[in-house]
Design a protein around this ligand. Sequence first.
Ligand code: ATP
Length: 275
Amino acid sequence: MLVAEGLVKRYGETTALTGFDLTVAPGEIVGLIGHNGAGKTTFVEVVAGLVRPDAGRVTVAGLPPGRAARRRLGVAPQDIALYHSATVRQNLRLFGALAGLRGRALSTSIDEVAEALDLTGLLDRAVGVLSGGQQRRTQAATALLHRPAVLLLDEPTAGADPTTRRALLEVVRQRAADGTAICYTTHYLPELEDLGATIAVARNGRVVARGDRDTLLAGLPGEVLVEFRDGPPQRIATTDPAATLADVLATGRTPVAVDIRRPDLDALYAALEVS
Ligand code: ATP
């Protein structure tokens, strides 16, 4: 499992982490969300051992960051970090070997992960000629090869098309079911709903709220959008869509389309801003 306590990281005037606490249990998916600059990537870098915190403690499967912990950890960074002139298979062999896999175990693992992420037909192509979504899938594959106890996926579906997104989410779901502790950063709330993830909200370098979606969004305003045959559409923020809609209908105007939107991330961030 992953445990981070009181992480602080300063870059000159900027404090990227200001007492960041997060625990992810085996089999749990924690969706880490937050505005740009909230500290999510810095947290991932600290856990990966790429950045040393100024204070606080982190353990991966009970181990502090370092070579032993790295073997229990799979990281898919936000920016594609692959060898572009090498093939997908060569990249996977390299990352698998760095994680300690050898021989038949490595080959079998490459075949399994390639199959799960729909990369089988691309194994002998150079990474540099792949599409953005195919590179994303390759990047995710590098994190999965050695079946790590903890997975850190930093916006793995950024820029991915629906097919790539579905494949990635399915693999994440399976790994969690197999007992992997997964921390998944994203800007898409619906993905976290799909995954049944616990949501942790980062703001100003620390986690300020944690819970399931319904708990975090309870009581926040959603939106009712009504279009009329005559005149401009109406967009109304409300915590009681049924009552709002009834009020609109009571005016006697005839709607041609009604869209009820549940509270979203913007509503959650706005609520946290004032709390
Ligand atoms: P995003 O959603 O945009 O990826 P984030 O939540 O991942 O954002 P971080 O990338 O962790 O945020 O950045 C947190 C803060 O730390 C920002 O103010 C950023 O400018 C600063 N920061 C991060 N890395 C460095 C660095 N190497 N040098 C200086 N400042 C940094």
